[in-house]
Ligand binder design. Structure first.
Ligand SMILES: Cc1ncc(COP(=O)(O)O)c(C=O)c1O
Length: 397
């Protein structure tokens, strides 16, 4: 913990700048340095030491100072008691599932989630560890109620969901979970804590990929779980110390630096994505636009209720065109880059074709191929002109 603590009496932006940072005791530097050492000096008699402890400075796989500074900031931004930061968003998701679930437990999870959640729960945990899973459209509260059983240990949702932007009601699903003795985890990657704080809405855990908005510069991977210390200590002991999913100090330091500008970047992502979504909606060649900030979106009312400052930078849309035209459209973009990932400073687009294995779980309009588009923080006019020029080229040919 830093000596200068920045509690909730300070605003979100102040905490994004200051929390977890302090003057370096050795040099007086006003930014804490990166500690890349693998190991730390032992006490005079180390024989009684717990070599698997994640508490002090012992060995970097057990945890390090740059990771701890970042954890302090993220716990504060997400409004949680504690935070553990791991090597990637998937390490955080798998770490949470591994800590909470045991053979014979039942899990309910959203039909729309990042693909690794589907693989972990629907293929790995149930085949290997005999964990039972039910996949439901969690935007439908009756479907969630119907899916929960006495042995349900966990409900895991992602909102907005990747890649359909489906919105699920966090507060209502937390009530369903708790009435039935289950826990609720929410993947907050698409919204970031600037736009949505699931723990404040009743969730037990927020999980997120730091690779996306929190770092924001597309140059470091990480993941975080925020929640109660009693659970996160289990994650530390398992995923970090014994499974080795520890974040590198350098990545923790980069993410700490990137996260300083999270509020400013999110403001621009929110504004740009809304402008782009509204523009796309008016184009004759566009078959659909999915963005929770559009009043035409099915999830708009719920999103408006639970999202604080905007609806994030990711949207999906389709073209009234065949498979190859979607690819040619991408080839004609100059500002927007064709690449996976999202939440980077630059705009990224990915064409998800009609053969995607989870098409059967997507709404009808997504089944002929579509784009997932992470709108960056460039000038909105340049992004729109890029889309316009590419449309003119492919639809004129
Ligand atoms: C919603 C969501 N959660 C988790 C992840 C996984 O994060 P990472 O790539 O950092 O492992 C992603 C990656 O795209 C994601 O979109």
């Amino acid at each position: 913990m830093s000596k200068r603590t920045y509690g909730n009496e300070f605003g979100f932006s102040t905490r994004a700048v200051h929390t977890g940072n302090d003057v370096d005791a050795e040099t007086g530097a006003i930014k804490r340095p990166i500690t890349m050492a693998n190991s730390y000096e032992l006490p005079y008699d180390p024989t009684d030491m717990n070599w698997s402890s994640a508490d002090g400075n012992l060995y970097t796989r057990n945890g390090g100072s740059n990771q701890k500074y970042l954890q302090e900031k993220l716990a504060s931004l997400e409004g949680g008691e504690d935070c553990v930061v791991l090597a990637s968003g998937v390490a955080a998701l798998s770490g949470l599932f591994f800590a909470l679930l045991k053979s014979g437990d039942h899990v309910v999870f959203s039909s729309v989630t990042y693909i690794a959640v589907y693989r972990l729960l629907n293929e790995l945990f149930n085949n290997k560890f005999n964990v039972e899973t039910t996949i439901v459209d969690t935007s439908d509260l009756d479907a969630v109620r119907a899916a929960v059983r006495p042995d349900t240990k966990l409900i895991h949702i992602e909102t907005p969901g990747n890649p359909t932007l489906t919105v699920s009601d966090i507060r209502e699903i937390a009530k369903i979970a708790h009435e039935n003795g289950a826990l609720l985890s929410v993947d907050n990657t698409f919204a970031s804590p600037y736009n949505q704080r699931p723990i404040e809405l009743g969730a037990d855990f927020t999980v997120e990929s730091l690779t996306k908005y929190i770092n924001g510069h597309g140059d470091a991977m990480g993941g975080a779980i925020i929640g109660k210390k009693e659970y996160l200590d289990i994650v530390r002991a398992q995923s970090q110390v014994n499974l080795g999913a520890t974040i590198s100090p350098f990545n923790a330091w980069l993410i700490m630096r990137g996260s300083v500008t999270l509020p400013l970047r999110m403001k621009q992502h929110n504004e740009n994505a809304l402008k782009v979504a509204r523009w796309l909606e008016k184009q004759e060649c566009v078959s659909f636009v999915a963005y929770p900030g559009l009043e035409s979106n099915k999830g708009y009312k719920t999103a408006k209720k639970q999202m604080l400052n905007g609806y994030g930078g990711v949207l999906s849309f389709g073209l009234k065109a065949d498979h190859d035209t979607h690819n040619r459209f991408v080839q004609n973009l100059r500002v927007i880059t064709s690449a996976v990932s999202l939440g980077h400073d630059e705009s990224l687009i990915v064409f998800i074709g009609e053969n995607d294995e989870r098409q059967y779980l997507y709404p009808e309009e997504f089944r002929n191929g579509f784009f997932r588009f992470s709108v960056g923080i460039e000038d909105a006019d340049d992004i729109i002109n890029d889309l316009k020029n590419a449309m003119q080229k492919v639809f004129k040919e």
